[in-house]
Design a protein around this ligand. Structure first.
Ligand SMILES: C[S@@+](CC[C@H](N)C(=O)[O-])C[C@H]1O[C@@H](n2cnc3c(N)ncnc32)[C@H](O)[C@@H]1O
Length: 192
């Protein structure tokens, strides 16, 4: 199995995985920061980004969380196909119910967009001293910057939640965030 097989599967089965530019940006960041060894991912889907991150260096370990059973099982299969069982731990659980007590150098938030503030508040206490949080989908296909009213109520509410998260990051007194219009919009957050 090769990475392209995962991308093809995601496309054919409508599994949302990171966009090309976004995953390139994320993996480049990890490559350039050798101190990143222990990674936590919220939102595993079929294991695509977890596998991409684990393949960067042999000393990287990824813990990733997925609540959808079909995707979790597929992720397990994919991780085995890449012989990465020792370096990728997949938790089949709702991230908001998971109990972890390790420290992480890198936390990647890529799950339910409506819960980003909750994920941030739950997991940032686990961040190592110089750790970093990556949040994906802050552009949300351009909707978060759209000035015109969004017709669909559900979509409008979701976009409002993402906008709220952006404001939350901008106004956070303990963390400083840089926003990048790359892929579907990425925020990189560090302690002040
Ligand atoms: C965008 S996909 C993740 C893509 C993956 N990071 C990648 O790029 O390969 C988001 C995943 O998060 C899962 N998810 C959403 N909310 C969750 C939660 N509260 N706990 C665990 N998983 C969640 C969804 O089932 C979905 O598979």
């Amino acid at each position: 199995m090769v990475i392209k097989d995962l991308e093809d599967y995601a496309k054919e089965n409508h599994v949302p995985i990171m966009e090309h530019d976004g995953i390139e940006f994320l993996t480049k960041y990890i490559k350039e920061h050798e101190e990143i060894k222990n990674i936590l991912e919220i939102g595993c889907a079929i294991g695509y980004s977890a596998i991409r991150m684990a393949l960067i260096r042999d000393d990287i370990h990824v813990t990733t969380i997925e609540r959808d059973q079909e995707r979790y099982l597929k992720a397990k299969e994919n991780v085995s196909a890449f012989h990465l069982e020792d370096r990728i731990t997949i938790l089949f659980q709702d991230a908001l119910e998971v109990e972890l007590n390790e420290q992480y150098d890198f936390i990647f938030i890529d799950a339910a967009k409506s819960q980003y503030i909750k994920f941030f508040e739950k997991f940032t206490p686990l961040l190592s001293e110089n750790g970093v949080v990556f949040s994906d989908n802050l552009l949300f296909h351009g909707y978060t910057k759209q000035k015109e009213r969004i017709e669909s109520k559900n979509l409008r509410q979701l976009v409002q939640k993402i906008r709220k998260y952006i404001v939350y990051l901008k106004e956070n007194k303990n963390y400083v965030t840089e926003f990048y219009d790359v892929g579907d919009g990425i925020a990189v957050t560090k302690r002040r």
